[in-house]
Ligand binder design. Structure first.
Ligand code: PLP
Length: 390
């Protein structure tokens, strides 16, 4: 493992698990079982009491298909440990219930489900949550002074691709004894590794780039052993374990993560540059464009600009709906990070639940379309956008 840690990300994506298969297979098979047998009660107790590592019960995560996945996931985010979950929301819930009970500060825009959990559901359990915009960072010190011990954010954010400075926020939070968790779903570890920049946790909807084919639902949480061990019991008793089949599928997908994401970065840059020149487009929000407000920060903290962008159609929300409906290659679907390009109109999907004034306050207009650039030829994607905009 020490040697593996020194290898590059693409190598760790392929050889990230030190586990071997007795038959010589390069993959750990799907251990499609709920439980594991022992030769004696003494041997069973060794595993139950943690004296020896071993497989025991799949909902606990003690299953070789899950061990292999978690070792690879940890390596990709330069983390000591990773826990896999049945969804991104399950990973976030376990994180918040373990480390957010003294209060959570969420900065900037976040996935709708995350905002709902933080704004409406965790407060029902007595957990204090504070939601501030990226433009309100001057409030962070005062909120940290209230005793909140977990700062959470996405960068780039959804759907405006706002960049938040991981290093600066981590310094501030640590000065108050708080921890920082970054949802790295949009960037993926290929483009950004928050733990290397001072964050304490990374959370993923592995449903997106890590899975990469829109065919599995999973989540991941990475960090130090000290901070992740207390999460284990919550995951176990919330029952939010990934299934062995999904774990195996995700391990398979991680092998191609680096090539997929690099291709998506390059294709997105080509599409963004073409859209920036298009007469029917008023704005393109993409970190790779030199005039994008977050470009300098993206260059400083990211290795690539990602496959996500938001374009703003000249006209009304109805005009943008017509464009979305006319696209042929882009699938009108609320997800991201797959091999196929997807389009969503934030005001009708991810941010539909917010009142129009709140969308405006967050800089989200009805004429915006969010694009997840897939693995098709970017020239075909541009042609599709051009026909829809014509
Ligand atoms: N985080 C981000 C940035 C997301 O986009 C999503 C889902 O869209 C989630 C978390 C939740 O992930 P999941 O759908 O896997 O629960």
């Amino acid at each position: 493992m020490t040697q593996l840690k020194q290898t590059k990300l693409a190598t760790r994506a392929i050889h990230g698990s030190s586990m071997t298969d007795q038959h010589g297979s390069p993959h750990i098979p799907i251990y499609n079982t709920t439980t594991f047998g022992f030769p004696s009660t003494a041997a069973l107790l060794d595993v139950v009491d943690g004296r020896k590592p071993g497989s025991l019960y799949t909902r606990y995560g003690l299953n070789p298909s899950i061990f292999a996945l978690e070792e690879t996931l940890a390596g990709l985010e330069s983390a000591e440990m990773a826990w896999a979950f049945c969804s991104g929301m399950a990973a976030e819930t376990a994180l918040f219930l373990t480390h957010g009970r003294e209060g959570i500060i969420c900065i900037g825009d976040a996935y709708g489900g995350t905002l709902e959990l933080l704004a409406s559901q965790l407060p029902l359990l007595g957990i204090k949550t504070h939601l501030i915009l990226g433009s309100e960072l001057d409030r962070l010190d005062a909120l940290l002074a209230t005793g909140a011990k977990l700062v959470f954010f996405e960068t780039p954010t959804n759907p405006t691709l706002e960049l938040l400075d991981i290093r600066a926020i981590a310094e501030k939070a640590h000065a108050h004894g708080a921890r920082v968790a970054v949802d790295n779903t949009f960037a993926s570890p290929v483009n950004q590794r928050p733990l290397e920049l001072g964050a304490d946790f990374v959370v993923h909807s592995a449903t997106k780039y890590l899975g990469g084919h829109s065919d599995l639902t999973a989540g991941a949480l990475m960090g130090s052993k000290e901070l992740l061990m207390p999460v284990w019991n919550w995951r176990k008793n919330l029952g939010s374990m990934i299934a062995p089949e999904a774990a195996s599928l995700l391990s398979r997908s991680l092998r191609t993560l680096v090539v997929r994401v690099k291709q998506q970065n390059a294709a997105a840059q080509t599409v963004a540059e073409a859209m920036a020149k298009h007469p029917q487009i008023s704005r393109v929000l993409y970190p790779g464009l030199p005039d994008f407000p977050g470009h300098a920060l993206a260059k400083a903290q990211m290795d690539g600009f990602g496959g996500m962008m938001t374009i703003e159609v000249k006209g009304t929300g109805d005009d943008a709906t017509r464009v979305a409906d006319k696209l042929k290659l882009f699938l009108l679907a609320p997800s991201l990070g797959g091999a196929e390009s997807l389009v969503t109109q934030p005001c009708t999907t991810t941010h539909h639940g917010l009142p129009p004034e709140e969308r405006t306050r967050r800089g989200i207009s009805d004429a915006m379309l969010r694009l997840s650039i897939g693995l098709e030829d970017p020239l075909d994607l541009i042609a599709d956008l051009e026909q829809a905009l014509s």
